[in-house]
Design a protein around this ligand. Structure first.
Ligand code: PEP
Ligand code: MG
Length: 603
């Protein structure tokens, strides 16, 4: 969680900084939504009241179900991809850990329903606290949300009192559940600011879907601001200004106008190919986790899916997905993206994503442990199921297979043995598949860079995973906030590794792409062009911006930039070289490129 706060002496203006979760600029009045003030009182009931108290609880649960159902029915089109969140809430209403346990508590301890619910929630919190899988552990917020809804119904304090506001407001809250975010009248919301959350929390994802600026992880913000006060929110940089002075308002009014204008212009052009002024073309593709994200990716101008992370079909459940389930999911992506290509990466769990269905004994350094391809080569059945599903889908569209965490040639040789068995099985069963599916490896382990010339002879393409390449080569745990500031894509060692990998691919005549977060940073786009990457894959939001920058670039000048960068001794020197290039050749694109340069640790 990052917080930087400077109180200025000009009339109490307060500048705070959080994490930018959804881009855009908002200037308006605050509405503080703080649900932590809900207080639950314990009251004892008489024996003859027990049955009616249980009925009261059951009725509240039923009403909560009806409310969720109504929300599902009225869901706006742009939010349909979040239906799953509300459907999960509906299932939770029936969960024995909440309902049955609370009823049991009312009957045994003779307490009121609100208190019984609170007790059950604390019990579930304790259970979730021991869960290793971060994704499942974080589902506690959904449980809390469901319980809060029932408690609101029981106590008669329902809904978010936003309807009272006819004028749009900036919602400032300790935390906003995904359901809160959906429920808020979006016409009345200019921006969200929360104390909790991360860029990948559901609330941030929904804010991005709605196109509402959001800043999260602003520690203590609800303590410093009151409903009705003025606020400026910069969702691009994560800055917020409470009680802004005239200069700040003037500055951000300009920035807002610029941002809106830029965004509209870029979206209008997002379907144009990404070709530089001197004719060098780069395929700009999307990184996605779920088929739900495809519509946004396509609307943003994605020319394919460069990285389909397949972990999300496996995590957050107690069983493994079947071959048919995987087939359906991959088929959906390939069909919707057709005729554009989809690159399916095989399962990459064990580093920071874990499977409840496949418990692995605790490892001291999971990132250096049984992760990704190592796990798949050990759990052959799991690997076979996924490979069979992928090959079956290959009969229906253009797909490629990408293998993660490859450290040298022996893994790819082992993989090929398994691929041959999978193909033999499918042939024997008369199941059609594409005999010529292209195979690629992630370049994300330093030894893969050193072996890139030989790896290039084994596969059809490379995809450089800078998130892990930086982690492993600079010895920086990518999930450890204490070393996050050291994480630096402009480290000359990293730039040289990227260059070396691209050159190795080029000499062998194979395609080289990048799918790490570095690929989606507009400030680094000239480096991607200058390195000669054939494709870059990124979050959908970055696609129009990066395509726009590519169209403004001259590939010859970008190659000169890379040559200069390869002489840099330090990250600082590399940053200055890039800064100089951007201000010289892309001065009008500063709004896109500058925030990233200012914050080296952002990734
Ligand atoms: C990477 O490591 O850069 C990458 C794209 O993969 P992931 O972030 O899923 O590890
Ligand atoms: Mg990786």
């Amino acid at each position: 969680m990052t917080e930087k706060m400077t109180e200025k002496d000009n009339g109490g203006m307060l500048h705070m900084k959080g994490i930018s979760a959804s881009p855009g600029v908002a200037i308006g009045r605050v509405f503080v939504l703080d649900r932590r003030n809900r207080r639950i009182f314990k009251t004892y009931i008489a024996e003859h009241e027990v049955e009616s108290e249980v009925q009261r609880l059951r009725a509240a649960v039923q009403k909560a179900g009806e409310q969720i159902q109504a929300m599902l029915r009225s869901m706006q089109d742009e939010l349909r991809e979040h239906i799953a969140i509300l459907e999960t809430h509906q299932l939770m209403l029936k969960d024995s850990m909440i309902l049955d346990k609370s009823i049991d508590m009312i009957q045994r301890k003779m307490v009121n329903a609100e208190w019984a619910l609170d007790h059950s929630l604390n019990h579930v919190r304790r259970l979730f606290g021991h869960i290793q899988d971060t994704y499942i552990r974080e589902r506690i917020h959904d449980v809390e949300d469901v319980v809060a809804r029932i408690q609101d119904i029981l106590s008669g304090t329902q809904g978010i009192p936003m309807e009272q506001h006819t004028n749009p407001v900036v919602v400032v809250a300790h935390d906003l559940s995904p359901a809160d975010t959906i429920q808020l009248n979006r016409k009345n919301v200019l921006a969200f600011v929360t104390e909790m959350g991360s860029r990948t929390s559901h609330t941030a994802i929904i804010a991005r879907s709605l196109g509402i600026p959001a800043v999260v992880a602003v520690a203590g913000v609800t303590k410093y601001v009151f409903t009705g006060e003025d606020i400026v929110v910069d969702g691009i940089t994560g800055d917020i200004f409470i009680r802004p002075d005239e200069d700040i308002i003037a500055h951000y009014t300009d920035k807002q106008a610029c941002y809106i204008q830029h965004r509209q212009a870029m979206l209008l052009q997002s379907h144009l190919p990404a070709v530089t002024a001197d004719g060098f073309s780069v395929s700009v593709q999307a990184n996605i986790e779920l088929a739900d994200e495809l519509d946004v990716a396509i609307a943003s101008g994605a020319e394919g899916v460069g990285l389909l992370r397949t972990e999300f079909l496996y995590v957050g459940r107690n069983d493994l997905p079947s071959e048919d389930e995987l087939f359906q999911a991959y088929f959906e992506c390939v069909k919707r993206m057709s005729p554009k290509p989809v690159t399916i990466r095989t399962l990459d769990v064990g580093g920071d994503k874990f499977l409840s269905s496949l418990p692995v004994s605790p490892q001291t350094n999971p990132a250096l442990g049984l992760r990704a391809i190592r796990l798949c080569l050990k759990e052959i059945d799991l690997f076979f199921t996924q490979l069979r599903a992928i090959y079956r889908v290959s009969a229906f569209g253009k797909l490629r297979i990408l293998f993660p965490l490859i450290s040298g040639c022996s893994e790819i040789q082992q993989i090929k043995v398994h691929l041959n068995s999978v193909k033999e099985q499918l042939r024997a069963e008369g199941i059609p598949f594409d005999e010529d599916v292209k195979l690629g490896v992630m370049i994300e382990v330093p030894t893969a860079v050193m072996m890139a010339d030989l790896l290039a002879k084994e596969v059809d393409f490379f995809s450089i995973g800078t998130n892990d390449l930086i982690q492993y080569s600079m010895a920086i745990d990518r999930v450890n906030e204490h070393v996050a500031h050291l994480y630096d894509p402009l480290h000359p060692g990293i730039l040289r590794m990227i260059h070396r990998s691209v050159e190795a691919g080029r000499l062998q005549g194979i395609q080289v792409g990048m799918c790490g977060e570095m690929a989606g940073e507009p400030a680094y786009t000239p480096i991607m062009v200058g390195m000669g990457l054939d494709e870059i894959s990124m979050n959908a939001d970055s696609i129009p911006k990066v395509k726009h920058i590519i169209r403004r670039c001259n590939a010859g000048l970008c190659r000169e930039l890379v040559n200069r960068l390869l002489t840099a001794c330090t990250s600082q020197e590399a940053r200055e070289i890039l800064e100089d290039f951007l201000s010289r050749y892309l001065p009008d694109e500063r709004q896109l490129t500058h925030p990233y340069l200012c914050d080296a640790a952002r990734h």
